[in-house]
Write a protein that binds this ligand. Structure first.
Ligand code: PMT
Length: 382
């Protein structure tokens, strides 16, 4: 930690890293200890806090040697200038200099004019060129009362960036196209047919693929979720929109397509141009939507295709049938009636099905399901 107003967020950061089962050792600069007490960090990290080069004569070598990740949050303009120029005049900057070969991530935080200053930008560019990763800053209200770029990234974003930094890049070179969320099939300009998909499964897949080094495009129906940083996010509404985007993108250069979207299977035969009066008696005639994945699966040159099967009941046979009839390489069965699984949950219990067999997994977070899908995909592709 270095000394900035954003230092208060570092207490929460240390706690959340612990929750994610990381072992956390905090190094505080003297300036950071003016904003937050070392005791708060000791409590949050459940570990000793280091402050001075002279606390322990070999700490500047031992601490970076033992670390998988050196994360500086907040990283002030002064600390970034020191890191970029090899200045080692306190414990943190000396650890930074000694951390060769250790993945390093900085979360800059400062006034917008400082962030835009050419001298600072040179330092930041030079750190990035030497492989230092950066998360944030974001736009918003700054402690000085001004508005602009310079707010330290929020804790969940820093945790995500830390996870990405620590993940082996075993999908590097892959171009992964993922669909998420529901589609809306309009009856009239204000009413539509849809389903309960929140997009959580598809977004988890996008984060996992990005963390593993893939170039990721996420085509998503309407959700309340924040697009994952580092992912190209394309918003669509109807199944026709989704079909258009998937066809264009899968055809061009996707090497993997993962269809986690709950595409509406039916839509109204006609869409009224104006709001249907509620006094009118209404009979809706439905027609099937076009099957997106089958369109891609039936094509010539096509990506590796993973589908999802939302079933009501333990029916993996039906899922396998879908995989075969739609030309997929793999399908992920989930029983959407099971508590903790399917729509709008943070967890899922799935069976991974491919042409070589089935793998039933325990109930786990959607992030872990996403990683299990890519683990299996890599085994099949190998
Ligand atoms: O978004 P969440 O709230 O996290 O919920 C996750 C989920 C339950 C939506 C997800 O895990 C899931 O099961 N997604 C697939 C839902 C679905 O449409 O299943 P299906 O069995 O009806 O379709 C099989 C496959 O065909 C799916 O990959 C689907 O994307 C695809 N499909 C379906 C219809 C259509 N017109 N075109 C398609 O491509």
């Amino acid at each position: 930690m270095t000394g900035g107003v954003a230092a208060y967020k570092s207490v929460e950061l240390a706690r959340r890293l612990r929750d994610a089962e990381a072992s956390v050792t905090v190094i505080m600069t003297e300036a950071s200890a003016r904003f937050i007490t070392p005791l708060s960090l000791e409590t949050a990290s459940q570990n000793r806090v280091y402050r001075s080069l002279f606390d322990d004569p070999m700490a500047h070598i031992a601490l970076p040697s033992a670390a998988d990740l050196l994360l500086v949050a907040p990283a002030t303009a002064n600390s970034i200038a020191k890191f970029a120029n090899g200045i080692a005049d306190d414990l943190l900057s000396t650890c930074f200099l000694a951390a060769t070969g250790v993945r390093t991530l900085i979360a800059p935080a400062m006034n917008r004019r400082m962030y835009e200053n050419p001298a600072f930008r040179r330092n930041l560019d030079s750190l990035r060129e030497s492989g230092v990763l950066q998360v944030g800053p974001s736009q918003g209200f700054l402690a000085c009362g001004e508005e602009g770029i310079g707010r330290m990234a929020e804790v969940p974003e820093i945790i995500e960036a830390a996870a990405a930094a620590l993940t082996p890049k075993d999908l590097a070179g892959e171009k992964v196209l993922i669909t998420a969320g529901p589609t809306r099939e309009y009856i009239d300009p204000v009413r539509f047919i849809s389903n309960r998909s929140s997009g959580k499964m598809g977004f988890a897949l996008a984060r996992a693929a990005r963390n593993r080094g893939a170039e990721v495009t996420l085509v998503t129906g309407p959700t309340c979720l924040t697009p994952p940083p580092g992912v190209l996010c394309v918003s669509v509404e109807t199944s026709d929109d989704m079909l258009f985007e998937v066809q264009n993108r899968a055809g061009i250069d996707a090497t993997i397509l993962v269809m986690a979207a709950a595409v509406a299977d039916f839509g109204p035969e006609c869409r009224a141009d104006s709001k249907i009066d509620k006094t009118d008696l209404l009979t809706l005639t439905l027609k099937k939507t076009k099957d997106i994945v089958a369109t891609i699966g039936g094509g010539g040159r096509r990506p590796f295709i993973v589908g999802f099967a939302a079933e009501t009941g333990q029916n993996p046979d039906r899922a396998e049938q879908k995989m075969r009839s739609k030309g997929m390489d793999m399908i992920v069965f989930n029983d959407v009636t099971e508590p903790g699984s399917g729509f709008d949950t943070d967890t899922n219990r799935v069976v991974l099905i491919d042409r070589a067999g089935r793998h039933a997994l325990e109930l786990m977070s959607k992030d872990d399901v996403a990683d299990a899908v890519f683990d299996r995909l890599r085994e099949i592709k190998a």
